[in-house]
Design a protein around this ligand. Structure first.
Ligand code: GLN
Length: 196
């Protein structure tokens, strides 16, 4: 039995509904985050979904959520970030001038697979979870990590999953399909922090 937890899901753009459905099916309470007022409820975890990082970054700032969430992540709020979410966390982007939260000490390449292979599915191992079917959709990958970053999965020589402190960042979309193990892994961390 899981302890009651509240997960904020960034819901300004992109694939947030699927995360919400999966987390609710696992027993978490979810709040869609669209503006600053939605941050009034204390959160135990945060999901940054896939979508378009430029749009998400702009709305985060316009809706005055950016600084609040950045500080919470720095203070240890557990985060599950997928695809565009990984871009929002990255310290550096190798092929873009932009930067967002900069809480994850990695260098990320946006749209890293180019036009030819922009979306694909593969199966690979994720440390601590096992073999996972991975959906890549115009995905980024990680080109370099600083010390302290745990590399959890490598596909074709490119890093596609990492953890660092309470941040878990994935190039692929674990909310697609029926496999809930990534979300369970995240909720375990959320619960661990809550009972500390
Ligand atoms: N290409 C998108 C970006 O750069 C990310 C794609 C995704 O989240 N599926 O923001």
């Amino acid at each position: 039995m899981m302890i009651p937890v509240t997960i904020g899901i960034l819901a300004v753009q992109g694939a947030f509904i699927e995360h919400k459905q999966m987390l609710e099916s696992l027993g978490a309470r979810c709040i869609e985050l669209r503006n600053k007022a939605d941050l009034a409820v204390p959160l135990d975890g945060l999901v940054l979904p896939g979508g378009e990082s430029t749009v998400q970054g702009r709305i985060l700032r316009e809706e005055s959520m950016f600084e609040i969430l950045q500080q919470e992540i720095k203070d240890g709020l557990p985060v599950l970030a997928t695809c565009a979410g990984m871009i929002l966390l990255a310290d550096h982007l190798s092929n873009d001038q932009a930067s967002y939260f900069r809480t994850l000490p990695v260098t990320v390449r946006r749209n890293a697979y180019g036009r030819q292979l922009s979306s694909f599915i593969t199966t690979a191992s994720v440390k601590g979870i096992g073999s996972v079917r991975m959906n890549f959709i115009r995905a980024p990958y990680i080109e370099a990590v600083e010390p302290g970053v745990n590399v959890l999965s490598v596909v074709d020589g490119h890093i596609v999953a990492v953890s660092y402190k309470n941040q878990l960042a994935l190039s692929f979309h674990p909310e697609v399909g029926q496999d809930t193990r990534i979300h369970e892994f995240f909720l375990d961390r959320v619960c661990q922090r809550k009972v500390q």
